[in-house]
Write a protein that binds this ligand. Structure first.
Ligand code: NAD
Ligand code: MN
Length: 492
């Protein structure tokens, strides 16, 4: 099999899809020739096969990244910034193809995939601006000494990303790492490798030096080679909490590489009776059903204050039933399929568990009767806090609704979780909003909005939702540089 193939998209357009491993700016076959199939979750048909990286391939990618590091990491930072800006421009230029690839491989609606491409370009451009604005410090540490503190890149970074926002997660990872002068071996998720490989071609086209960014396709085993690699100095991972635990363990067992993790969530979305109800319904709907519910910070536990509970439930049911499900290439579609059969099965088993446990299905509760991995937007009421559907991350279009009375009660309910990624608070009372925002143990609190990101605002988890932050200053300074203190004794 060649390493670049002609592929026809569902909209009939053809393009060149790289399927090789991207090492040293070339698309290459895996050493053992192994490949795996990638499918379109709307049709359940294979799109193409890609080469799978084994241990020897990861080694080659690390060799390339290591060889590129000195020059890249300690060279002219303005060059790094300019290349990132050029890449952002290229992503925009190829936006329609990239969005179509994403849509066909992940299943998300084309209209939303276009936004992902724009956000990816914005993120990379933003970090392009940081590249030559990473400052050290000069600290007065006593007469007779000159002390300065440098911020240096970490070295070769391993990055392992999920399948829910394939291109955007790549942008969040490579933007800050490259700006700070690191080199990279990135592994895409097994179900969605295509957009990153297409973007790799643009990385080469704008002139990034060979070896600076290497991209490999593969399953968890390939990720394991990365997280346990002795010459990789840092691992950044986004995915499930269970896998995050494995990643941290293999980092510890190998070379104690630095670890940042962006993991799961079970985020509360709290609706007070003094909110603008119709707006809160919109944000509750978008909070859980956006991207088919495949969002780490999805507002999957809705808490509604007693006096508006019945009204809210009725309105959310009506709103959820209006969401247009269907072909991601149809411009009217809001919700496409789940990304894989595995995810579909996981979600259906949670729904089953909820029904068996006595929760009441307000709407949905089943697979859509058509080809593709579609699930009806689902609302469960009459849940108890110990149910699996309230405790565990479902990662699908399934939400639970619970009634509450007082502010203290809902803060307690919201915080009764192993996670702590995000939360929503809907109220027109600014005092209540700030009080509740400050008391919830989560990395992001959205007030009168939801799933509302900005590339300069840090994002990450409390508790078992992760370690470290992405985006903003923290996302580059804390995550991708390390400080070096140089203490000079003066001869005076
Ligand atoms: P996962 O965490 O297993 O996979 C995420 C990435 O990690 C993929 O690239 C995968 O190949 C890789 N990986 C898997 N095992 C690995 C290992 N041992 N070492 C290193 N890398 C490894 O997630 P999944 O199995 O695809 O989905 C399971 C659940 O995870 C979902 O149902 C959802 O709840 C959660 N999830 C969360 C996010 C998020 O954004 N936080 C993203 C995807 C999945
Ligand atoms: Mn897994």
């Amino acid at each position: 099999m060649a390493t670049i193939l002609d592929v026809t998209l569902p909209n009939g357009k053809s393009y060149k899809q790289p399927v090789g491993l991207f090492i040293n700016n070339e698309f290459v076959k895996s050493q053992d020739g192994k490949t795996f199939g990638v499918e379109n979750p709307s049709t359940e048909k294979q799109i193409v096969s890609v080469y799978e990286a084994g241990e020897a391939d990861v080694d080659l990618a690390v060799d390339a990244a290591e060889a590129a590091f000195e020059k890249w990491g300690f060279g002219d930072s303005t060059v790094r910034g300019r290349l990132l800006n050029d890449l952002a421009d290229k992503l925009e230029e190829h936006s329609e193809t990239l969005a179509s690839i994403e849509s066909s491989n992940n299943g998300k609606p084309l209209s939303l995939a276009r936004i992902d491409v724009q956000l990816s370009a914005d993120c990379i451009r933003n970090y392009g601006g940081w590249a030559n604005k990473i400052y050290g410090d000069v600290v007065d540490s006593g007469e007779g000494y000159f002390n300065y503190i440098r911020r240096e890149p970490i070295g070769v970074c391993g990055q392992v990303i999920p399948w829910n926002f394939p291109l955007l997660m790549m942008a969040w990872k490579i933007g800050p790492a490259l700006a700070a002068g690191n080199t990279i071996v990135l592994k895409t998720a097994e179900s969605t490798p295509l957009s990153a490989l297409y973007a790799a071609n643009l990385v080469k086209e704008v002139g990034f030096p060979p070896g600076v960014l290497n991209i490999v396709s593969g399953y968890g085993k390939t990720g394991q080679y990365i997280s346990s690699h002795m010459r990789i100095k840092k691992i950044a991972f986004t995915g499930s909490t269970a896998t995050g635990r494995h990643v941290m363990r293999s980092a510890a067992a190998s070379n104690l590489k630095k670890v940042t993790l962006e993991l799961g969530g079970k985020s509360p979305n709290i609706v007070f009776d003094d909110c603008d109800v119709d707006k809160a319904v919109e944000f509750a709907n978008m909070g859980i059903y956006f991207n088919s519910g495949e969002v780490c910070c999805a507002g999957s536990r809705i808490y509604v204050q007693e006096s508006i509970y019945e009204t809210f439930l009725e309105k959310l049911k009506a709103r959820a039933e209006k969401n247009v499900l269907g072909d991601p290439f149809d411009e009217n579609t809001f919700q496409g399929p789940q990304t894989s059969r595995l995810q579909l099965d996981r979600i259906l088993s949670y729904i089953d568990d909820g029904i068996k446990g006595g929760a009441r299905v307000i709407t949905g509760g089943k697979r859509v009767d058509r080809e593709g991995y579609f699930v009806h937007p689902t609302i469960f009421a009459d849940v108890t806090e110990d149910m699996k559907i309230v405790k565990e991350e479902i990662f699908g279009p399934v939400v639970t609704i619970t009634k509450f009375n007082t502010v203290d009660e809902v803060i307690k309910l919201a915080n009764d979780t192993d996670y702590g990624l995000a939360a929503g608070v809907h109220t027109t009372n600014i005092n209540k909003a700030i009080h509740v925002a400050n008391r919830i143990r989560a990395g992001t609190i959205w007030v009168n909005t939801y799933n509302d990101f900005h590339h300069n605002i840090p994002f990450g988890g409390f508790n078992q939702s992760g370690i470290g932050r992405e985006l903003g200053k923290e996302g580059i300074s804390e995550a991708y540089t390390q400080s070096k203190s140089v203490r000079i004794k003066l001869d005076i």
